[in-house]
Design a binder for this molecule. Sequence first.
Ligand SMILES: [Zn+2]
Length: 265
Amino acid sequence: MRVFINHCHVYPEGLCQEWWAKEGTIPNLKKCMEKLGIEKAVVFALLKGTPSFTSIDANEWLLKKIQKENNLHPFTTIVPTEKDAAKKLRKYIAKGFVGAKLHPEVQRFQINDPAAEDFYTAAEELRIPLLFHTGVHGWYLKKYRPILLDEVAQNHPNLSIIIEHVGGYAFFYETLAVLQNNKNCYAGIAQTRRKDIPWYLPLERLNILIEMVGAERIIYGADFPWNNCEGIRTDIEAINNLDIPSEKKEKILGGNLARLIKKNG
Ligand SMILES: [Zn+2]
């Protein structure tokens, strides 16, 4: 099976002493992909505001680093409410990015802020997917609870929205409502086998998603390096062990992601 994983964070080597910066390097990711037979991966660099990375333009750094890496597909990281966010998005997509990762808590924006509208419109026109982190992560919950994505999805019916972590454990059913209400929304099931994090997704909930939303709208993400290579292996195994036809497993493990990214080419 050809596996294409979503959601891999990568950082410059020697950036700082934090474990995630040391682990989450492009060589480490490539090593893991090789070990597990993963064909392709979506990668993105640090988000704005992360200490000790502010002197580097994360998007430019990533672009340069992966120029010769045909199996790494970059998502840009732009704060959608900042001035010229739409213009920046167009610029980076023209340079080779194929989507965008958004993190309302880390980037400090409210999902349905009118200031983000131009950015969402640009993404819709460019036919690129937007990946939103959802799930409890600090800051005011009302600014990033999954129901707010309903408004974005309704206003932009041609925009593909990946709701990463399916709202987290606490907002699962709210996210399910958004998924049922909007065919342009996808369930991102990154790093979900662990119970010690707010986005634990029990297997029974994954089965609910398969039955009620459909395998064609479920996208596996690794959340590398927070999920290490062993964790990614366990995740992939769990999907392969599901009692569903192999075509559905293939869709979850990369087929859907490939389809969303192809739209823009
Ligand atoms: Zn992430």
